[in-house]
Design a protein around this ligand. Sequence first.
Ligand SMILES: CC(C)(COP(=O)(O)OP(=O)(O)OC[C@H]1O[C@@H](n2cnc3c(N)ncnc32)[C@H](O)[C@@H]1OP(=O)(O)O)[C@@H](O)C(=O)NCCC(=O)NCCS
Length: 173
Amino acid sequence: MKLRRDLLPSDRAPLARTLEATGFFNPEELALALELVDDRLAHGEASHYRFLVAEVDGEVAGYTCWGPIPGTVESADLYWIAVHPRHQGRGVGRALLAAAEEGMRRQGRRRCWIETATRPQYAPTRAFYLACGYTLVAELPEYYAPGDGKAIFCRVLDDIPGRRDGAGESPTA
Ligand SMILES: CC(C)(COP(=O)(O)OP(=O)(O)OC[C@H]1O[C@@H](n2cnc3c(N)ncnc32)[C@H](O)[C@@H]1OP(=O)(O)O)[C@@H](O)C(=O)NCCC(=O)NCCS
């Protein structure tokens, strides 16, 4: 598996296919996810959105998108993470999340926040965040829809062993 920070125009179609193939995102969410992709493609390093793309055997297998939360001193948001079902369960998601955390850490962001849904479909997703060291810090009942709340997870990146090595050395993620 290879991880890269460069988001290429040729990534857009495979990322859209990945998001659709998961079966987790409705058309509105798909459009929103692709808006972030388009923002990055249009503005490059000036974009608020940082991407990491995972490739397996030269094929796009998944991605994540994060950014510092404006108005906060050290928080960052993991906006999106998706791994194509063909590649799920093999550590791609964990590697993407770890690489995003490393980027946050390098930019002085010490808290990673992740929002997801509480409905049963998202139980594996919540298990994934817990397995990756996240704590469920809040639940907002019925946030998305009746019976579907918002689950807010957080990880304090200071807790990661070696966390302080090289912190703040690089302005880029
Ligand atoms: C959530 C997602 C990104 C995880 O990616 P992945 O590559 O499948 O996850 P990994 O293989 O790196 O799993 C890491 C750990 O998470 C846990 N985990 C992953 N999938 C799980 C599942 N279906 N059920 C329970 N635990 C799971 C495991 O503990 C795993 O560690 P292990 O393999 O050492 O046991 C991926 O399944 C996905 O794209 N899901 C659909 C979209 C989605 O929910 N995105 C997030 C929206 S908020």
